[in-house]
Design a protein around this ligand. Structure first.
Ligand code: F6P
Length: 364
């Protein structure tokens, strides 16, 4: 009988509990293995004694649709921040691993967590990664757990803001998450009928945005809806940061500069909504529940086949696995501004992407 552990790292998102349930049901229920949940990400395996608890089938009953993570998570204070701490952390983790009699560890996380997992894999820890992040910015996977729910929440907010935009003849600005990528803004903006979508991959021109708003006004549509990614920024400038927390710079604030500039330029009343963590909370969408379940089962299959150092991914509609080392810190998957079909469709239906007519992609 194998003994395996699972941890969830980085920011929480909808679908983490669905993943834990899938792993427990297939590993424990189907194969009869013992499963341990590591508390507070990999940190639980760096404490002496380790912080983890056995997860039985009863522990995962009714958690498929539950938001957050029953084994908690962390996205601050990495114990792998420098070479010395990394060596110490690897040693402690390996000791704990041996003392707990573990055969493998499943790590559910985004870019930061998966790069730590890759490092542990290289140090000889039998490890499997499962990609999650609402930002959908992990290279190698077309889907990440949590993204679709975040888009649903943001698209719903966009549709609700249309009401006030139209009733009051206002510019309504919705700022969404996504770090340095624009997937949430693009998908939610398209589904929420935004007139302007601004993403970090296309530094925007105020002229282009103002032109769009004034064209609409000339047609008798004195309202506009703008969906802006938190990482979007004006051409020639840098992204806006709201605070720095324990060494992490948190993006935010672009919507308020947009609001001021657009009101000054158009004279149209402008209001801002920053959606924030509502995008990460609550029940996972049907899509996220199902990929979480499929990813969890694949991770267990990989352990059964002793194929360690792999990350489960979705590619072209198929569940596959790739080298965990392809997830390296600071490597992101960006919206392809030349070939993304949703971006092309948005422009084809007249949505302003903040591109200046004279703006070439080389300037990006
Ligand atoms: O990576 C997920 C994410 O929600 C980003 O979209 C956002 O920039 C960041 O995390 C917020 O982090 P925190 O939860 O620490 O405020």
């Amino acid at each position: 009988m194998k003994r395996i552990a699972i941890c969830t790292g980085g920011g929480d998102c909808p679908g983490l509990n669905a993943t834990i349930r899938s792993v427990v049901k297939s590993a424990r229920g189907t194969h009869g293995w013992q499963v341990f949940g590591v508390i507070e990400s990999i940190n639980g395996l760096l404490s002496m004694p380790p912080r983890c608890r056995e997860l039985g089938l009863q522990d995962v009953t009714s958690i498929l649709t539950l938001g957050g993570t029953i084994i908690s998570t962390s996205n601050t204070g990495s114990p792998f921040s420098d070479a010395e701490r990394t060596q110490q952390s690897i040693k402690v983790l390996k000791d704990n691993f041996r003392n707990l009699g573990l055969d493998a560890l499943i790590v559910v996380g985004g870019e930061g967590t998966q790069s730590i997992a890759a490092l542990l894999g290289e140090a000889g820890v039998p490890i499997i990664g499962i990609p999650k992040t609402i930002d959908r910015d992990l290279p190698g996977s077309d889907e990440t757990i949590g993204f679709h729910t975040a888009v649903d929440v943001a698209a719903d907010a966009a549709v609700r803001l249309q009401t006030t935009a139209e009733s009051h003849d206002r510019i309504m600005i919705l700022e969404v998450m996504g770090r340095h990528t624009g997937y949430i803004a693009l998908h939610a903006g398209l589904a929420g009928a935004a007139n302007v979508i601004l993403i970090p991959e296309i530094p925007f021109s105020y002229d282009a945005v103002i032109k769009k708003i004034m064209e609409r006004k000339a047609l008798g549509r004195c309202f506009s809806l703008i969906v802006v990614a938190e990482g979007a920024y004006e051409q020639g400038h840098s992204p806006a940061y709201q605070v720095s927390v324990e060494g992490r710079e948190l993006l935010g604030g672009i919507s308020s500069s947009l609001s001021t500039r657009l009101y000054e330029a158009t004279g149209i009343q402008t209001r801002v909504t920053v959606l924030g963590h509502t995008q990460r909370g609550g029940s996972p969408s049907v899509y996220d529940r199902n990929i979480a379940t499929a990813f969890g089962c694949r991770a267990v299959e990989l352990i059964k086949a002793k194929r360690y150092g792999r990350m489960v991914v979705m590619q072209q509609g198929e569940i596959r696995d790739i080298e965990l080392s392809s997830a390296a810190e600071g490597k992101f998957a960006y919206v392809d501004i030349n070939n993304n079909p949703y971006l092309k469709s948005a422009e084809a239906i007249g949505t302003c992407l903040g591109r200046n007519l004279n703006f070439s992609t080389e300037d990006n």
